[in-house]
Design a protein around this ligand. Structure first.
Ligand code: SAH
Length: 244
């Protein structure tokens, strides 16, 4: 049996937002590897082995998946959203470094709808002009780098999307991020908290930076800060196509 490896994005939560390409590859798989809640989104069936694992061992998980593919299994590594956005695709390529045998495997990345795009659509069009995207977790990079990027993005008047804004283990980071944003953007800038987008728990809240509190975000929230022209229209928030 010739094995292969697919690294697939399951989208933000709703089954309707899984691409047909990803649904088709899951139907062909013999093994699905990923973080426990993402693997739980794959329906069990005969001939399919599920390998849920803890999120802190991404590189080990990538190596285990590659080993299975090299042994002839048809392996799908699943991430939420898009696998290339703060997710498993980079871990798999890191595992390929120095391994020509693994580099020769049939390996594909299948895109998914990333959280910020689902959140932006639910809110209106806050990312309708230039924007950037920053992971606020300091697990894999120093806080000083996050703060520098935040300040530069704000000074350049990008709209900004923030992943991993706040967790129980590091509640103070997002408090600092809000302070930096208030300094750079002022209190009237719009900020949207989009939680569990496309799931039954979906909740959207748009306030000003002056009104924002750290508790408005958790690990299931993606946060979008508008640029200086971002405004409300009815119940929506949008960034105009033209600026400056
Ligand atoms: N690969 C994923 C991101 C993984 S990082 C993607 O492309 O979406 C995990 C972070 O993504 C969470 O902390 C949160 O900020 C965001 N996120 C994932 N799913 C979400 C959803 N349904 N609603 C809001 N934010 C979500």
């Amino acid at each position: 049996m010739t094995g292969w490896l697919a690294i697939a994005g399951l989208g933000p939560g709703s089954d309707h937002l899984v691409t047909p390409e990803v649904t088709a590859i899951l139907a062909e798989a013999t093994d699905v590897v990923g973080y426990i809640p993402y693997v739980a989104r794959v329906a069990p069936r005969k001939g399919l082995t599920l390998h849920p694992s803890d999120n802190r061992v991404e590189l080990d998980r990538a190596r285990a998946a590659l080993e299975m593919a090299a042994a002839g299994r048809k392996v799908v590594v699943v991430s939420s959203g898009d696998p290339g956005v703060f997710a498993m695709a980079s871990a798999v390529f890191e595992a390929l470094e120095g391994r020509p045998d693994w580099q020769a495997l049939d390996t594909r990345v299948l895109p998914g709808i990333t959280a910020m795009l689902a959140a932006a659509a639910a809110a209106g069009a806050p990312l309708g002009h230039d924007f950037c995207c920053i992971n606020l977790s300091d697990n894999l990079k120093p806080w000083a780098m996050i703060e520098t990027r935040l300040r530069h993005a704000a000074k350049a008047d990008f709209a900004m999307a923030f992943y991993n804004p706040r967790s129980a283990s590091r509640p103070e980071g997002f408090t600092k991020a809000l302070e930096v944003l208030r300094e750079e953007c002022g209190p009237d800038r719009l900020i949207t908290f989009a939680r569990a987008v496309s799931t039954p728990e979906e909740a959207l809240l748009t306030v000003t930076l002056g009104e924002a509190t750290p508790e408005m975000a958790d690990m299931r929230t993606v946060v979008i800060v508008g640029n200086s022209a971002t405004r409300r229209v009815g119940r929506f928030v949008y960034s105009p196509r033209s600026a400056g």
